[in-house]
Design a binder for this molecule. Structure first.
Ligand code: ZN
Length: 336
């Protein structure tokens, strides 16, 4: 045997391995794989957890379109029924509890007419560490008449309400989606009021014969006397592509500190649609709360040329406007 072959033989000679030793090696390999996998998983989780939650204006705009596709959503219409189911289904995906508060309202102008309204109440974080809740609200119904339309023949037609109805809901649906993955110490309630927009303009002077605005919100407040959120924010008509949100007067007078908090958040996130100008007093769903000493402010751009007209359609709204409002609300919540 030459030296060369001896070497080759040595090389090919298999070391004798005890079966117990082999299984130990396998276990070692498995352990290393498991450790690597867990390390990766933890890293991914930490990265994911630290990621700042993002409100998507694009998603919100899709929510706006989806609502308008149901047609007008005034009480009693087919669009109202279909949209109600859609809203409940969507909120159930993201919130810990979704409830319906149904009520019947008898028309004061026409005693043969009655309407069934539904307030939709969605809650997230039912038992927060800090025993504190914030309410985000809007109305989901649309006005049954385009009584501000420039063309008299349209004034008895129901409106689509892309801005007045769908925009506030769009922001809150997207907010529900975002909040599902946020670790919060506080609870958030998202409430969609019904029958906000079938009021008569002189109703405060003639309460016995004319229908008021904010029927659903008033019903909610009257029947949930133990519900007292730390504060609330109402969003209404926030989709206008030419968005400018002034400080609504009832809110400034009755809930100044919440106005300050929201405008500070707007400055922080660079939402320049929020301007430091005092706006009109707008009777809206925050008023029933303010009357009972619950601080709820109204984020509204009431300077909208298509208000209560047939032209309140999605093309007048923009995802950038919904984005700004969503960014501000999210910042307000994250600061709590
Ligand atoms: Zn309206």
């Amino acid at each position: 045997m030459s030296k060369k072959t001896e070497k080759a033989t040595k090389k090919t000679k298999q070391p004798h391995e005890h079966p117990k030793q082999a299984s130990k090696n396998y276990l070692r390999i498995i352990a290393i794989v498991v450790i690597l996998f867990l390390t990766g998983l933890t890293g991914w989780y930490l990265l994911f957890r630290d990621e700042k939650p993002e409100f998507s204006g694009e998603n919100a705009y899709q929510y706006l379109l989806q609502q308008t596709e149901f047609g007008p959503r005034n009480p009693g219409s087919a669009g109202h029924d279909k949209c109600k189911e859609f809203l409940i289904e969507e909120l159930e995906k993201y919130c810990d509890r979704v409830g319906k508060q149904e009520f019947v309202y008898f028309d004061k102008q026409d005693s043969t007419k009655k309407y069934t309204g539904t307030n939709i109440i969605a809650s997230t974080i039912l038992h927060p560490k800090k025993r504190k809740r914030i309410m985000l609200c809007t109305h989901w119904d649309t006005r049954p008449w385009a009584d501000e339309d420039p063309h008299p023949e349209n004034r008895h037609e129901p409106i689509i309400g892309a801005n007045d109805g769908a925009s506030g809901v769009a922001v809150l649906l997207e907010m529900a989606r975002v909040l599902e993955n946020v670790d919060l110490d506080i609870g958030v309630d998202i409430i969609l009021f019904d029958l906000e927009d079938m009021g008569d303009h002189q109703a405060q002077q003639y309460p016995d014969s004319l229908n008021p605005f904010s029927i659903g919100a008033e019903y909610f407040v009257r029947n949930n006397t133990r519900y007292r959120p730390t504060f609330g924010v109402l969003v209404d008509m926030v989709g206008d592509s030419d968005l400018q949100i002034k400080k609504e007067s009832y809110s400034v007078v009755n809930a100044k500190s919440i106005i300050n908090r929201v405008w500070a958040a707007a400055e922080k996130v660079g939402a320049n649609a929020f301007v430091d100008i005092k706006g009109d007093a707008v009777f809206d769903d925050h008023v029933p709360f303010l009357k009972r000493g619950i601080p709820v402010i109204n984020i509204i751009d009431f300077d909208y040329p298509y208000w209560h007209t047939m032209a309140d359609t999605p093309d007048k709204c923009s995802l950038e406007s919904l984005q700004q409002v969503g960014d501000v609300l999210l910042e307000v919540i994250l600061q709590e």
